[in-house]
Write a protein that binds this ligand. Structure first.
Ligand SMILES: Nc1ncnc2c1ncn2[C@@H]1O[C@H](COP(=O)(O)OP(=O)(O)O)[C@@H](O)[C@H]1O
Ligand SMILES: [Mg+2]
Length: 277
């Protein structure tokens, strides 16, 4: 069992089952998340992603199976688990009446931390919110609000962060902002488990992707491994048209943020009306 060199996973899920009355949502879910990595749990609406996140964050009890977070058992040591994690839900927990800075100070005070003001200022800077910090959160864009929400969940420096559908409902620019935030977190050593129903989000962010379908993990691997499951691509000549997302992002000027080469699709002549097929 103990293979000496392998470090313990940040999260270990083994045989987790959960039903709501007659509805069997999780039928035996297994996976490990390596410390410091970004792990995406991909599944369509209703697949059971939130249910699993609630079990791992000790908000809900599983019917069977076991899970450890930072080495602590979610059912036997829920207090230790809670101290190791933060959870950002699908619906932002930001208080809109307060300013961004006041939201952060409030959370730092609730956690009984010293220098709540300094903690708030540091997080505002890290999330590019310094200028907006004094403004009421009600005036923030969706992306800014979600970034503030993630910043709030980092107070107390949890080593593991759960992001449940962090970009659902955001526009393309805001999604890219949140993606950058998540990448920065992982670079800093935080383990990120995120759920998503978007293939491109998993593709952009995740070191590993697990697909939750009909109560089980039907695939788990790196993007390259998942792509190998399909037969090798046939070589065909196709004229590459920019996607609508490319066009939108170019027009609104967020092109620089998308790192993975989608910006320079050929044939972007700006003065033709672009009658793409
Ligand atoms: N507390 C609950 N009581 C009854 N059914 C629930 C409850 N929570 C979730 N469900 C059901 O379980 C299934 C999975 O839900 P959920 O985990 O929220 O999926 P996802 O987050 O992947 O969209 C859905 O069919 C949902 O209606
Ligand atoms: Mg959900």
């Amino acid at each position: 069992m103990t293979t000496a060199t392998q470090p313990a996973p940040a999260i270990r899920v083994q045989g987790i089952e959960k039903s709501f009355k007659d509805l069997q949502v999780l039928k035996g879910v297994d996976f490990d998340v390596k410390a410091g990595s970004i792990f995406a749990l991909l599944g369509s609406n209703g697949a059971g992603k939130t249910t699993l996140v609630r079990i791992l964050s000790t908000l809900l009890k599983a019917d069977a199976g076991s899970a450890t977070v930072q080495g602590f058992d979610v059912s036997a040591e829920p207090g230790d688990v809670r101290e190791s994690i933060s959870l950002t839900g699908q619906f932002a927990a930001v208080d809109e009446v307060l300013s961004g800075r006041e939201n952060l100070v409030l959370v730092a005070k609730l956690r009984h931390l010293k220098n709540p003001g300094a903690i708030a200022d540091d997080l505002l800077a890290r999330f590019s919110l310094t200028e907006a910090g004094g403004r009421r959160a009600a005036t923030y864009s969706g992306g800014m609000r979600r970034r503030l929400d993630i910043a709030m969940s980092l107070i107390g420096e949890p080593s593991i962060i759960f992001l449940d559908e962090p970009t659902t409902g955001l526009d393309p620019q805001a999604r890219i902002e949140v993606w950058e935030t998540v990448k920065q977190l992982a670079k800093g050593g935080t383990t990120v488990l995120l759920t998503t129903q978007y293939l491109d989000e998993a593709e952009q962010l995740a070191d590993r992707i697990a697909i939750l379908h009909e109560g089980r993990i039907i695939q788990n691997g790196t993007l390259a491994e998942l792509k190998q499951l399909l037969p090798a691509a046939k070589v065909e000549y196709v004229e590459k048209q920019p996607s609508l997302e490319d066009v939108f992002l170019t027009l609104v000027g967020a092109g620089a943020a998308s790192a993975s080469g989608t910006t320079s699709a050929s044939g972007t002549t700006s003065d033709t009306g672009k009658a793409s097929s």
